[in-house]
Design a protein around this ligand. Structure first.
Ligand code: F6R
Length: 242
């Protein structure tokens, strides 16, 4: 992977946003893979600014979210349907029909994973996938133990991830216990992976992903098998790299 160390999340967001903007300028029908959580927010903000300043036509851009909670109504303010609508679709001005989030409803338990895989294939695959990384080493919500070949499916969130994400909810008990997430195999089929991480709390996960042994105990290590990865981090997140 190419590792780019920048002073802060703002500077990192500009670099990631520029890569996405260049992609869209080269191919107005580009397919983006988008993450939720705190990490990509500076990227989305910087990209929104570039789209505005350079009048970039994003009306044909497609986007696929990595994951969704199971058991939250889609209109819950913290569902990833809601988060992606606020932070990505509305902020960038994407066409809502072209932005996809996996179906975390009980109705989809048997079918939603395969349906999502089919939708990504139909779109021609993801050109550029934005990734954050969890303190557990997860990418998407592929927690330790996830198969390197996995596709979109239901998973159980680790206790640590529920604690990490409790800040988005009124109490830790309100964080869902399950999710639907693209698999590591799904993520690996994206043509360019851009992994972002900031802060000391991510240093171990980043070192494990970039330099550690490849395996399911640190799912982010799967990126070492990908031919085109950019890791964009601040000093603190880079502090445990060799
Ligand atoms: C989000 C996702 C997760 C997050 C990770 C880091 O869609 O798939 O892998 O990227 O949990 O979360 P933050 O950025 O909030 O630290």
């Amino acid at each position: 992977a190419e590792v780019i160390i920048l002073p802060d999340a703002e500077a990192a967001g500009v670099i990631a946003a520029d890569a996405i903007a260049e992609l869209i300028l080269a191919d107005p029908h580009a397919v983006l893979g988008v993450a939720t959580g705190s990490t990509p927010l500076t990227t989305y903000r910087a990209l929104a600014a570039r789209v505005r300043d350079d009048a970039i036509d994003v009306s044909n851009v497609q986007a696929f979210a990595l994951d969704e909670y199971v058991g939250l109504p889609v209109d819950h303010v913290e569902s990833y349907h809601s988060v992606i609508r606020r932070e990505v679709t509305e902020q960038l001005g994407l066409t809502p029909e072209l932005v996809h989030v996996p179906d975390g409803s009980l109705d989809g338990i048997r079918t939603a994973g395969d349906a999502y895989e089919a939708l990504i294939v139909e779109a021609g695959g993801v050109d550029l996938q934005i990734l954050g990384i969890g303190t557990t080493g997860h990418i998407g919500f592929n927690e330790p133990g996830s198969s390197l070949a996995s596709t979109t499916r239901w998973k159980t969130l680790t206790e640590q991830t529920r604690i990490d994400n409790a800040r988005f909810f009124d109490s830790p008990e309100q964080v869902p216990t399950h999710c639907i997430t693209q698999g590591l195999g799904t993520i690996m089929r994206a043509r360019h992976l851009v992994l972002l991480a900031f802060g000391e709390g991510k240093a171990d996960a980043v070192a494990g992903a970039v330099e550690g042994p490849i395996g399911s105990s640190l799912p982010g290590s799967a990126i070492q098998l990908h031919p085109h990865v950019s890791v964009i981090v601040d000093e603190a997140a880079a502090s445990k790299l060799a």
